[in-house]
Design a protein around this ligand. Structure first.
Ligand SMILES: [Zn+2]
Length: 168
């Protein structure tokens, strides 16, 4: 059993999403509260931008950083998502492959929300991406707040499309 930090209820461990950077490997909010929090956050333009960025990165990192040790490393945005929103960077650019790097959990916490590159360097990382790694089309059309469901459908579609290509 674990106590949720938001609703304060004791719940079975299965009620919590995994979070490898926590000592017990589980999120501090139960899944119900986590989803509720994300929905609330997604109702502001900044929250929507940050949520979309998390989804894009979660989707792409399985291809861009396959099999990395999630107990040691996290995927970091060199030019931070928060700053990206503040200065009006498009989702394609902020989430491009060359703006991402693996940092140890320790180094990533130390970096916090700071940027390790400037805006010109960010645009250079994007220009250096191949066409394939620029695409963030899976989330470009998401505008409503029910992001997680849309993400699930989009990823399923993408996996089906990749399967059918393999069959050809
Ligand atoms: Zn809860």
């Amino acid at each position: 059993m674990k106590t949720c930090w938001k609703c304060g209820e004791d719940k079975e461990l299965e009620a919590f999403w995994k979070r490898k950077s926590n000592a017990d490997g589980l999120d501090n909010f139960c899944a119900t509260c986590k989803l509720e929090t994300r929905r609330e956050q997604s109702q502001t333009p900044q929250g929507l931008y940050e949520t979309k960025s998390r989804i894009i990165t979660a989707y792409n990192k399985q291809f861009w950083f396959p099999n990395y040790d999630q107990y040691t490393y996290q995927v970091d945005h060199k030019f931070s998502i928060r700053k990206g929103y503040q200065v009006g960077i498009s989702l394609d650019v902020i989430n491009n492959k060359n703006n991402l790097q693996l940092l140890t959990i320790y180094d990533n916490r130390k970096k916090g929300r700071k940027c390790s590159i400037n805006i010109d360097q960010l645009h250079t990382t994007y220009q250096n991406c191949s066409r394939h790694t620029r695409l963030c089309e899976i989330v470009r059309d998401i505008t409503d707040i029910n992001i997680l469901e849309v993400m699930r459908l989009k990823i399923t579609e993408r996996i089906d499309a990749e399967k059918s290509q393999i069959e050809l």
